[in-house]
Design a protein around this ligand. Structure first.
Ligand code: RNT
Ligand code: ZN
Length: 416
């Protein structure tokens, strides 16, 4: 009896089919965020304007400086991650822009290297307009800016991004999520909370009304809210309520970033509510430590519960799982590998939950039994199922991959 066969029987006695769990896990891609590879720097040659709204802390050596290095690092991480991946790309990672056009004029041709790379690897892509780190975002406002010319620039960048996404989708035969996040907000209490929000709604209307024609079926629009940011402590224009209402009205995907709420709020609890009202969910799996610190995802209860809600709600077909963390203080290949494997483990644990028994206990009002099932199921031999997943995807098991990171650091990263 192998450990996996033993686990299979044990789970079966709890009403759980480990083979079904493994095949769902194997069919669920995780969108690997390119920005962990270089601390959200990007490849634009221009000024490198301040006020990014995304703060990576740390200066671990060896970060990727160009397309060649970033793709090499992504391939190394992917070699340690079992199961399908996509690439979550930001517009600042533009590769083929010799003329240096500004962000409002980017097209799919400026991303030809990524398109070819993804095609070769069989990966899907997700895309993000970059509404930060630019001279026209230096005062902290973009789509809600009071200056119509600045607003127009960011509207055009977002329209360009939707077209790029659709172009990727068509080329890869795989729909692309375009996620809009903006940093707009104020450090201190604003006098007028309404006008910027009204302008943001108007800008989004303009962005979404741009016709993508035949290609539109390859693009899925998403919007991402936030509670606060550094320097934007008192007011965020694109708040949760703002985007929940907007996404419901326009039938958009809603992005829930695990770090974008009050630390005691349960993001897991929001999922069944929002998916009654919006067609699709984008998760930004992240880990806030005291604030939206974007730490590497661990196998903590909040991550587990988020994925649990997605699975037991039957929402997996309507959910896109993306990662959003950037730790510049540790080896970046390790960061990707740990965070992605943990997201996959959280998904596996959700797929292995004894849901039929839990619901039965709940329906018979046996809440003590329900709690016992929840707690006892934590020690079921799910590690053997995870090992089996790693084996079937020809990737190292837990405890057996870090030496590859060390070798890569020695041979490649330390030479940068
Ligand atoms: C910022 C948002 C956003 C970014 C990425 C880089 O708070 O979470 O998703 O992290 O777009
Ligand atoms: Zn995010």
């Amino acid at each position: 009896m192998t450990p996996y066969n033993d686990a299979l029987e044990r789970f079966a006695s709890w009403g759980v089919d480990t083979e079904a769990a493994l095949s769902t896990l194997a069919a669920t891609p995780i969108s690997l965020h390119c920005w962990q590879g270089d601390d959200v720097a990007g490849f634009e040659s221009s000024e490198g304007a301040p006020g990014s709204g995304c703060l990576a802390t740390g200066n671990y050596p060896g970060k990727a400086r160009n397309f060649g290095e970033l793709t090499k690092d992504l391939a190394q991480a992917a070699a340690l991650i079992p199961g399908p991946l996509r690439l979550n790309l930001h517009a600042i990672y533009v590769t083929d822009n010799p003329g240096g056009v500004d962000r409002d004029s980017l097209t799919i041709d400026h991303f030809a290297s990524w398109r070819d790379w993804a095609k070769e690897r069989g990966w899907g892509i997700d895309f993000n307009p970059t509404c930060f780190g630019h001279r026209l975002a230096a005062d902290g406002f973009t789509l809600s800016h009071r200056d119509p010319a600045i607003r127009r620039f960011w509207i055009d960048h977002c329209i360009a991004s939707r077209r790029i996404a659709a172009g990727f989708g068509e080329a890869l035969d795989n729909p692309v999520v375009t996620n809009i996040w903006i940093p707009d907000g104020t450090k201190d209490r604003p006098a007028d909370r309404l006008s910027p929000r009204a302008r943001l709604a108007e800008s989004l209307d303009a962005i979404l009304s741009a016709d993508l024609g035949e290609q539109s079926r390859w693009n899925i629009d998403a919007v991402e809210s936030k509670l606060f940011g550094i320097g934007v402590e008192s007011y965020t224009v694109g708040s949760h309520e703002f985007y929940l209402g907007y996404a419901a009205k326009k039938a958009l995907a809603l992005c829930l970033d695990a770090g974008h709420f009050h630390p005691t709020e349960s993001v897991a609890d929001k999922i069944s509510s929002v998916l009654l009202h919006v067609p699709r969910l984008l998760l930004h799996v992240s880990r806030g430590v005291r604030w939206d610190s974007d730490h590497v995802v661990t196998l903590d209860d909040s991550t587990r519960e988020m994925l649990h809600e997605v699975v037991v709600g039957g929402f997996l077909p309507r959910t896109h799982i993306g990662l959003d963390f950037f730790d510049a203080s540790i080896n970046r290949i390790a960061a990707w590998t740990i965070g992605t494997r943990n997201t996959q483990k959280a998904l596996l644990l959700a797929l292995l939950a004894p849901q039929s028994h839990l619901v039965e206990a709940e329906n018979s009002r046996n809440d003590g039994k329900r709690l016992a099932l929840f707690e006892d199921s934590r020690s079921l031999p799910w590690g053997a199922v995870w090992d089996e997943h790693c084996k079937r995807h020809d990737r190292p098991r837990d405890g057996e991959w870090y030496s590859a990171v060390e070798a890569y650091e020695r041979d490649t990263l330390s030479k940068r």
